[in-house]
Design a protein around this ligand. Sequence first.
Ligand code: NAG
Ligand code: NAG
Length: 378
Amino acid sequence: MQAFSSRFHRMASPSSVCNSCWMILSIALALGILVHQADARAFFVFGDSLVDSGNNNYLATTARADAPPYGIDYPTRRPTGRFSNGLNIPDLISEQIGSESPLPYLSPELKGQRLLVGANFASAGIGILNDTGIQFINIIRMSRQLQYFKEYQQRVSALIGAQQAKRLVNRALVLITVGGNDFVNNYYLVPNSARSRQYDLPDYVKYLISEYRKLLMRLYHLGGRRVLVTGTGPLGCVPAELAMRSTNGGCSAELQRAAALYNPQLESMILDVNRKIGRDVFIAADTHQMHNDFFSSPQSFGFTTSKIACCGQGPYNGLGLCTALSNLCPDRNLYAFWDAFHPSEKANRIITQQILTGSTDYMKPMNLSTILALDSRT
Ligand SMILES: *[C@@H]1O[C@H](CO)[C@@H](O)[C@H](O)[C@H]1NC(C)=O
Ligand SMILES: *[C@@H]1O[C@H](CO)[C@@H](O)[C@H](O)[C@H]1NC(C)=O
């Protein structure tokens, strides 16, 4: 706001026709900003490392991104717990809806007025299933994320009253990104994993979808009314899988089969839930297709590669973790992947743009711009 008003004073002085007019205009603009802030839409985030903004920093877990070079392109140039060189998708959606990024729920700074912006409950390593990511020990599984959401609502009620708190939650935008780990950190984590002995792949996918449906219904019962749900990317094409499973540079067929089974069923489940509820609460974002676009023509998005991670080691920089000792590319904007599993900020920007303005090939039943326009009328 400081910068805003001084810019207006600079503009005003050359004319100096009506100084007080500029003053009045500045005050009006400042008031407008305050009203907008009070009325801004809260944003809640659930899911895994693709959307974790630092909850795991507060936990005893190995699934963390709080050391350099993570955050190398973040505004502070420091690691924050985001699994990105810079911003992640929640940050970029916040940018679009004109609000601050919601803080991690475990952050001690998340209190007072800051609560009204929303909260990020995501935790790297988790999946739809409770047994996904057990190797990461202490992470916030989905049922706990939802429990925290309930606790959050009690805290906000104490701050602004139950009715206003309910309104804030009902009007909020919600993002949930989960599911990839149920394959890479569960079913395919080790050969002959417990889940792969229990289910063949098509039945496992059905089980995941039925469990996911329960989570979405809980989110609805907790007040979520506009919920973006992303699918998984092409799991077999990420640098980690190329390094571990690819023989000729092609994507892992088995993980590609998993993603090809899972994503369409997720989408039809979401649309079915909307039909049952009788309104468009859940919005399916086809991140599988969005990522496939990078793979089929990286150059048309300005990437020199969609196979090699910017940070890592081994083939495709796809083995092990991204650490201070890893190879690090000089220009992160040329890479679709930042580390062995996670997109670069540049790729996150392209995905966010598709979420915002994508056609119904990508966004069902509609894109975020349409949602924002619809909701601004009510
Ligand atoms: C996952 O764990 C939570 C909390 O312990 C439990 O309530 C829930 O039923 C579990 N989900 C499944 C599918 O077992
Ligand atoms: C969003 O979706 C609508 C309907 O598919 C489409 O007409 C529009 O061009 C898309 N983009 C924006 C910015 O609304």
